[in-house]
Unconditional design. Sequence first.
Length: 192
Amino acid sequence: MFIIKPLIFIIVNMLFGFLYIFAIKCFLFIPAKKKKVFGKHLPFTPAFVYRKKIWLMKKIKTMVNDYIKDTKDDTDGSRLTKWEHKVFHQTWDKITFMDNISFIPKSIKNNFRHFITTIVYEIVKQFLRTFVPYLMQKYEVNKYIELLDKKLDVDIIKEYFNRYVYKYVLMFVLAVHFLIGLGNMLIYLCIK
């Protein structure tokens, strides 16, 4: 009985180590489906990874649809218009080599600079507003998003987590808690 009481320190410490690592695994992967109690949704169901997969798929679909909507919006508030204006201003700032040429009048330099930046602006505008949506329609991006949703299987992520992360972290934490429990046991034996 003398040695059993101190062994409880090791067992309890290792149990706590196991419980909080298992709690992390449960938070990430358990349960896989939304749970309801008395018709009310339980918080944190489905598990974190499953929720984030759903969030990621919605985010990708929303971004694609928002981009398509932005291609039809020519107002100054749209994101594409802001990108196009940013390209215009950056191109204007990059064409500074003309300022070093002294024998060309300033008005001709400015007109040439404006001409080049307008060409770049129009190329970017046509690329973003017509060519990219054409490619998205031709290669059916929405079908690839649906395929990604089907292929991005959380069970595969869970399997890799169990094999390469959970197992080794659990062994490390159990070893640390074993040493803590051993230290507690030795302190208990010294005090008693």
